[in-house]
Design a protein around this ligand. Structure first.
Ligand code: SF4
Length: 470
């Protein structure tokens, strides 16, 4: 995206504040274009006028160009489970944000035993882990053609499609790919892969079935020339695979190729290679080693390219020791640095508390909240927990920055009606907010006790301090 501020976008809009787009003002619409919530074509007057006036048409086209992401966005799958890959604007998250998390696919193959196939697909569909208020999940299934039999591949692709997850079809044989596409093209799978040897047939398949296609070549000049050929032929949904090598020099040169692709696309604005990048950590399973070592290297490769520009990946291991580091790292890299992760403010009842139990207060920064909540729950502490809206900031920062104040605590006490739920007026504040003790007492009329610095120590603290000595 070449424009970075709503004001720059605003110049292209009709500036009538008509509200037809669903926003009160053109400036508000412009802000949502920057956030990728809407597109320029979501402004009806702009579209209508541009149909009548060639000058306005040019202006609209320019705005679309200026607001398009640097890296093309490709959609795999259909309906609610469809995922977007690519669509990034920057090399480093802190420059703006990353928009589309790396998509994780897990392989199955068409010579698998049916029961094993069902088990693996089921695991990909069902796997989830609760983390900082969100569920971490897996994105899709990559069906590998190991039979080289078009009928077999087609049959397994159809079965996998029934699981409702986005798919990658992996076959170098165009006949096998065609057979599978005849059955599942409507699910919009990503096809993998067009190479120097089969690109003509794959180009025909991508055009005929209108599906996204992966181009695969270690030589970046060849990769670029294939991308130009596909683009000129009318294929827009392209993914680039510069070939993943698992160990030693091979891994180092894989890293260099990926970096070069993305840097050239963004810094040199080379649109010919500005596409999402495919990385295949499952190549670690070609290493001559035991299974745990292979999974270890698969995790290393996956993690490396989550940090550096892998937009879509194919994994093999579904072991927790591969899943946990990769999905957690992905979550952290793709969290929007402009928006602190926060939970809803209000009152929580922990372990079914009674009116005699203590009242704690914490902030709505998700990491703080879930740490405190989990410490209280796991220690079987019955209590009331007030969650203050500190705009997603932690205790120390919000006390210093003025988001955690005595006046806001008073408002929260009133809004939640906590005084009617307990038969005391004692509030326990975090140790890191100790300096607000007097101010909160003055503002609220409650007795304020200063709790420990660390919520892990609340149990020991309660043994000494609760019930309070009158
Ligand atoms: S529809 Fe267009 S002109 Fe009307 S408020 Fe929205 S952006 Fe402005």
């Amino acid at each position: 995206m070449k424009v970075k501020s709503p004001l720059e976008v605003y110049k292209f809009l009709p500036q009538t504040n008509c509200g037809e787009c669903g926003f009160d003002t053109c400036m508000s619409f412009a802000a949502h274009i920057i956030d990728r919530g809407v597109k320029p074509t979501d402004c009806p007057p702009l579209v209508k006028e541009s149909e009548k006036d060639p000058k306005l048409k040019k202006k609209l086209e320019e705005l679309i160009k200026l607001t398009s992401p640097e890296i093309a966005e490709v959609i795999i799958g259909v309906g609610d489970s469809a995922i977007k890959i690519g669509g990034e604007d920057v090399l480093h998250r802190h420059e703006l944000t990353f928009f589309n998390p790396t998509a994780f696919f897990y392989d199955v193959w068409d010579t698998m035993d049916e029961r094993e196939l069902d088990e693996r697909c089921g695991k990909v569909v069902e796997w989830k882990k609760f983390y900082v208020g969100d569920y971490l999940t897996l994105d899709g299934i990559a069906v590998r053609c190991t039979s080289n039999d078009p009928e077999k591949f087609k049959e397994v692709a159809k079965k996998v499609a029934g699981y409702g997850k986005p798919m990658i079809l992996v076959a170098l044989n165009p006949e096998c790919m065609r057979a599978a596409l005849e059955e599942v093209a409507s699910y919009r799978p990503l096809i993998y892969a067009a190479t120097e040897a089969n690109w003509k047939e794959f180009l025909e398949l991508a055009l005929e079935f209108n599906v996204p296609v992966t181009l695969r070549a270690k030589d970046l000049n060849l990769l670029k020339s294939m991308a130009v050929t596909f683009k000129n032929a009318g294929v827009n949904d392209i993914v680039l695979d510069p070939v993943t090598e698992p160990l030693g020099e091979g891994l180092r040169s894989t890293y260099e190729r990926v970096i070069q692709l993305r840097r050239t696309a963004i810094l040199a604005e080379d649109k010919d290679i500005a596409y999402p990048i495919m990385v295949t950590p499952l190549v670690a399973w070609t290493i001559d080693a035991d299974d745990v070592t292979k999974a270890y290297w698969e995790t290393v490769i996956g993690s490396l390219f989550v940090v550096k520009y892998g937009d879509v990946m194919i994994f093999h291991s579904l072991e927790p020791y591969t899943l946990m580091p990769t999905v957690t790292l992905r979550y952290n890299i793709y969290t929007d640095p402009r928006t602190p992760v926060q939970v809803e403010a209000g009152l929580r009842e922990i372990n079914n508390p009674s009116p005699d139990d203590p009242v704690f207060i914490t902030t709505n920064f998700a990491l703080t909240y879930y740490t405190v909540e989990s410490d209280l729950t796991s220690a079987n502490i019955k209590c009331w927990l007030l969650v203050l809206n500190t705009e997603g900031l932690g205790v120390e920062v919000s006390v210093a920055g003025g988001q955690f104040t005595a006046a806001k605590v008073k408002d929260l006490i009133e809004e939640t009606g906590i005084a009617d739920k307990v038969n005391h007026k004692y509030l326990v504040i975090p140790g890191l907010a100790a300096r607000l003790q007097g101010a909160i007492e003055d503002e609220t009329g409650w007795n304020v006790l200063v709790g420990p610095m660390d919520s892990g120590r609340i149990k020991g603290w309660l043994e000494q301090n609760w019930p309070p000595k009158k």
